[in-house]
Design a protein around this ligand. Sequence first.
Ligand code: ADE
Ligand code: ZN
Length: 350
Amino acid sequence: MTRSAYTVPPIAAERLPDLLRAMPKAELHMHIEGSLEPEQMFALAARNGVALKYPSVQSLKDAYVFNNLQEFLDIYHDGTMVLKTEQDFYDMACAYLARAQADNVLHTELFFDTQTHTGHGLSADTVINGLYQACADAPAKFGMTASLILCFLRHLSEEEAFECLEQALPHRDKIVGIGLASSEVGHPPEKFARVYARARQLGFRLVAHAGEEAPPAYIWSALDVLQVERIDHGVQAIHDAALMQRLAQDKMPLTVCPLSNLKLCVFPTLAQHNIGRMLDAGICATINSDDPAYFGGYINENFTQTFAALGLNAQHAYTLAANSFEASFIDASLRQRYMHRLQEVFEGFS
Ligand code: ADE
Ligand code: ZN
């Protein structure tokens, strides 16, 4: 049964939080380095003999107060210093996959960035091999599928992005797509036009962060210059009616991260978040956790808090979950299986 042909059965409002948690879903916007919990960070620091800037887990957690994206990125970068070996990357990814499984995530596409780690003297091979092994083990270990999206760091140069792509090429078959992350304002998508064109030639699927903090122009150029298949965040599109129409018409997915937007002060409160308006405008929005160890919750927490703040209903829940499978880079037969499981859970709640 297709998404549009399915009618959501009546579900009592008080059962909505349980439905949101039980509902099968895909997570498409999750930076694996942003899943590194303070406890695991301290354990890895001890294992690798790395000194942390903070004396305790609590003092580190207390530092997670951000006024904007850059303040977060600075702390996030410090946290990555504890990762040294293939095993560290494997363990970090497995810790996330276990949490995702508990949240009924059936499929995830994990962002990672080799440039952070090569900047600390690690090889791209160490990063990719560790993460890939966790993705390969995901079906047997966690009952789910997982793939990898390599993000270029947009505050670095085009030349460095080309170098990053080159280093990943021996691992071409371990990476489904290419993305663009890090400090957005001042680093527009067109800076990476040529390296995205090269990635497209190589058969990578393409996504990019755009319109998280920067204006709608960044979303237009991600679409028209980079020719991406999904926009990560994209919440600033609300300020441009023509862009909203374009996103809806093209069924262009947006991977929205409500708790991230709240923590980074993109919206003052969750009640002011625009994901409900995006859905009402017919945009293929999804809910994701971005950097859950820093932003106060994994995907189910994003769902339950957003639904409570905005008064969304079971129809919205179904649409968001269906959008997540629709927007994912899985093949048609797996998508059909996951959609079937989604509808079974909805039937069970009716
Ligand atoms: N890297 C990790 N999280 C990010 C975010 N929310 N935006 C841009 N780059 C990121
Ligand atoms: Zn992100």
